[in-house]
Design a protein around this ligand. Structure first.
Ligand SMILES: Cc1cc2nc3c(=O)[nH]c(=O)nc-3n(C[C@H](O)[C@H](O)[C@H](O)COP(=O)(O)O)c2cc1C
Length: 215
């Protein structure tokens, strides 16, 4: 059965505005195709702060895919392979992805499994599929008012391209420290997603959640 993989990287769990918006996209997809199963991956509960030593050693020793140290990596890669659509809800932490999403990246980008490499050129092995990245940020990240660097979007774009995924769109919920701006950003985010060809409310389905969430 095809699935929607919904990756959550916020420490705020269900209260995360990013997760709330990503689940709006999930609701749109399931309204258009009720057979799509939802697989949620909450990265904030991963038990490692870094890749385990055994994983690093297994990567460097080019161990086979069924090596015990690859168990979690295999699970996470399989979730991507099985997904017809992927949502990634991630806060910006110090201009880039939070540590738990970086850990997911280090477990999913595995040489000879999710990408091949020849003469320094990497080729993705997982196949393309639509990805929605919802970036939440306390400050402004885009537009003329943004005064901070954005090392998240370009980095995540390169990471996903490494495994073969290029059908990626970013929706920003920014300026969230300001409650008024937060409500505006949420309303804009809902509208942007509803208009997206892949993640929008298709077949005339109205957005399942049509108001901003206060927190
Ligand atoms: C450790 C840490 C670092 C942060 N770094 C940034 C940052 O670089 N830029 C920014 O705009 N907001 C930053 N923030 C604010 C988060 O982006 C904010 O908590 C996020 O929008 C919450 O989103 P959520 O509701 O999806 O959890 C940071 C927050 C934390 C806890």
């Amino acid at each position: 059965m095809a699935s929607i993989l919904s990756i959550h990287a916020s420490p705020h769990g269900a209260a995360s505005r990013g997760a709330t918006l990503a689940l709006q996209a999930v609701a749109n997809l399931q309204a258009a195709d009720p057979s799509l199963a939802l697989v949620e991956r909450d990265l904030s509960v991963l038990s490692h702060a870094n890749v385990p030593q055994a994983y690093s050693e297994a990567v460097l020793a080019q161990q086979p895919d069924d090596h015990a140290a690859f168990a979690l990596s295999e699970t996470l890669i399989s979730e991507v392979e099985d997904a017809a659509f992927i949502t990634i809800a991630t806060p910006m932490h110090n201009y880039t992805v939070p540590a738990c999403l970086k850990l997911w990246i280090d477990l999913v980008l595995r040489h000879r499994r999710s990408f091949a490499s020849a003469n320094g050129v990497k080729t993705g092995l997982l196949g393309d599929r639509p990805v929605l990245v919802v970036v939440t940020a306390g400050g402004l990240v885009t537009g003329p008012g943004a005064v901070q660097p954005n090392h998240l979007a370009g980095y995540l774009t390169d990471v996903l391209a490494t495994v073969g995924i290029s059908d990626v769109r970013f929706v920003y919920l920014e300026g969230l420290v300001n409650p008024v701006q937060a409500d505006i950003a949420m309303a804009q985010g809902i509208r942007m997603i509803s208009e997206d060809p892949a993640f929008g409310s298709r077949q005339g389905n109205p957005p399942a959640m049509a108001r901003a969430v206060n927190r």
